[in-house]
Design a binder for this molecule. Structure first.
Ligand code: TXA
Ligand code: MG
Length: 318
């Protein structure tokens, strides 16, 4: 059964047993819920459910897909999804639970939805300290993808009222844990190869992480890994044509709605379903025996804008 659709009547419930039980029920239905963390409020959904993750983007009204942080209960759980080097493990051991996000290589057998990592070979993992988020992780038993709980283009929320201001009607529930402790998003570091790289400064000092790891530090040479840059990493290697109603010979056709194909993003024309399938469809097109890829027209409404943004990047000449 499909979960209900927006607009929702957005409830605010004070953090406690009843609120966590309700949040867990909604997560189980595949809906996103706003949760306090020690940094900022997060908009959490089941990271193993592509459509639930698509609803995060839909609620935020984000015009592009940006990889999301996966929240976990422990380092042991994180190791199910990412490959931890000794140094990465030492950092997690030292700072978790807490405001440190660790980017590592994604495990090939990871159950995390492709949309969470937006097609990247790496995954961002964080074990939050806030008891509300820990309780929800425990109650659901699933990893939770959670970007900051604010509409696209607005600042991160540090109270339930802030969340309400930009997401009212777009999500069913906000768990109110009062003002967040840090008010600043987590520090993000990447452990790949034999270096540690700062991707986003935050509450945990990068020099301290470097000292602890005894690895050479990389400050991203001031070159922030913006979502746009990240996206060029995983454009398919085959030419891609957009807004195609009928494929040419040699093209692998990805359909949508009334336009059929070798496979379809959604034969019902459902944009949430299409977003959830997008990256897997591109991978299959890449692996097919055709030399080129064609994609049916996707409406520019709602999350369709983010789908088209990704497709345009994938189609751009390289
Ligand atoms: O404190 C926080 O980190 C909050 C709370 C809710 O946990 N979350 C948060 O999420 O700030 P968000 O989506 O607003 O920022 C996540 C950042 C993005 O800049 C994204 O590009 C980066 O993490 N990111 C995610 N996965 C990545 C990856 N595999 N490689 C590099 N950067 C990644
Ligand atoms: Mg954000």
């Amino acid at each position: 059964m499909s979960p209900p659709n927006p607009p929702f009547t957005t409830e605010i419930r004070p953090y406690g047993k009843a609120a966590i039980a309700e949040a867990a029920r909604l997560i189980g239905e595949g809906l996103p819920v706003a949760m306090p963390t020690e940094t900022v409020y997060g908009l959490a959904a089941d990271a193993t459910n592509g459509e639930a993750v698509a609803r995060i983007y839909e609620a935020k009204g984000r015009p592009s897909f940006n990889p999301l942080i996966v929240h976990v209960q422990s380092l042991a759980q994180a190791k199910d999804y990412g490959v931890f080097s000794e140094a990465a493990e030492a950092a997690a051991g030292h700072y978790w639970p807490g405001p440190l996000t660790i980017v590592v290589e994604r495990r090939a057998d990871s159950p995390i939805a492709e949309l969470v990592t937006a097609g990247l070979p790496t995954i961002a993992l964080r074990c939050p300290k806030h008891p509300a988020m820990q309780d929800l992780l425990q109650a659901t038993g699933t990893p939770l993808a959670a970007p900051s709980a604010n509409a696209s283009g607005t600042i991160s929320a540090t109270s339930a009222d802030h969340v309400m201001k930009t997401l009212e009607g777009r999500i069913p529930l906000i768990v109110d844990g009062g003002r967040t402790e840090q008010g600043l998003e987590s520090t993000i570091v990447r452990f790949t190869g034999d270096t540690v790289t700062l991707l986003r400064p935050g509450p945990i000092n990068f020099e301290e992480i470097v000292r602890l790891s005894s690895l050479p530090a990389n400050f991203s040479s001031g070159k922030i890994e913006a979502p746009g840059q990240l996206q060029s990493h995983y454009a398919p290697s085959k030419p891609l044509r957009l807004n195609v109603e009928a494929p040419e010979a040699g093209e692998w056709m990805i359909g949508f709605g009334p336009v059929p194909g070798h496979e379809t993003l959604s034969n019902k024309g459902d944009l949430v379903e299409a977003a959830a399938r997008l990256f897997e469809a591109l991978h299959r097109a890449e692996a097919s025996n055709r030399d080129a890829i064609a994609v049916a027209p996707i409406p520019q409404t709602g999350i369709g804008a983010a789908i088209n943004d990704r497709l345009k990047r994938a189609a751009a000449p390289r």
